[in-house]
Design a protein around this ligand. Structure first.
Ligand code: 6PG
Length: 266
């Protein structure tokens, strides 16, 4: 049994609705394990209360270990995968078997190892032009969450952040940061050869019952500090737009938290 070495650190400066709890773990593995355990706990709670668990996964490299831990029998066997609906907060404009596909990474690390029905895996069709993929993905959201005007309310949305403060595929200076009605937009990662992207917008992210942000790399300590501790515009630091009315938790390794005042474990 791994002792939870985290310490919680409320963030009142962003106001009640968006104050984040910051949990700092001694190692990247412990932070990842906490994310995996939280996924399992939230899945059981959601299925018990609402009959299903809706979750949006993050991409990039950071969550791979967390997904691999979630796929271990210790955690996976406790989850009713036939009641779980998996989406992605964003993906790259690539084919599903491309090395940069967030869908491929999650499939390899997690989905191929659990009994989740194919119909419950709702990937972004990155092989299509991004505007069409965004339209189709929003339609799929509506088919699962109901086609009404109410925003989809995910039980859990997992996010990461980039060194420039982006989250999902919401990048600095982009109009998508201020989208207030569309649920899904096409985007461009100008820092990576203008790679096409498809992304949730902040209304969807912030409607979630819980948002968890996992940051492991020590190289991100400065951006973590700027997002969590300084005032600043979402245009400069998009991750400052994460302000869910539900739970808002940051899972950090010691390295990623080293610039936060009074960071540390119990
Ligand atoms: C993506 C992600 C993105 C990611 C950050 C961090 O498609 O890249 O959704 O928002 O979370 O870029 O990526 P790393 O974990 O690879 O640093």
């Amino acid at each position: 049994m791994t002792q939870d070495t985290s310490r919680e650190r409320p963030r009142p400066d962003l106001g009640e609705a968006s104050s984040a709890l910051v949990r700092v773990y001694a190692t990247e593995a412990e932070a990842s394990r906490s994310g995996a355990r939280s996924f399992a706990d939230r899945a059981l709670e959601a299925v018990a209360e609402r009959g299903r668990f809706t979750v949006a996964l993050s991409g990039g490299d950071t969550p791979r270990l967390m997904y691999e831990m979630l796929a271990t029998p210790e955690l996976a066997r406790s989850i009713p995968w036939d009641r779980v609906h998996v989406f992605w907060g964003d993906d790259r404009g690539v084919a599903p078997d491309h090395p940069r596909s967030n869908f491929r990474m999650a499939r390899e690390a997690l989905l191929d190892h659990v009994d989740i029905p194919a119909a419950n895996v709702h990937r972004i069709q990155g092989e299509l032009p991004a505007t069409e993929a965004a339209r189709l993905y929003e339609s799929e959201l509506r088919s699962v969450f109901g086609g009404g005007p109410a925003l989809p309310r995910f039980d859990l949305i997992h996010l990461g952040i980039g060194g420039d403060g982006h989250t999902a595929s919401l990048f600095p200076g982009e109009p998508s940061l201020h989208e207030s009605s569309r649920w899904v937009l096409d985007a461009i990662d100008r820092s990576h050869h203008d790679e096409p992207r498809v992304t949730f917008t902040f209304p969807v992210i912030n409607a979630a019952r819980a948002v968890e942000v996992l940051v492991l790399e020590p190289a991100k300590a400065d951006v973590v500090h700027r997002v969590l501790s300084e005032r600043g515009e979402v245009d400069v630091l998009p991750a400052r737009g994460i302000a869910p009315t539900g739970e808002h938790v940051w899972l950090l390794s010691t390295g990623a938290a080293r610039r936060l005042a009074s960071a540390g474990q119990r």
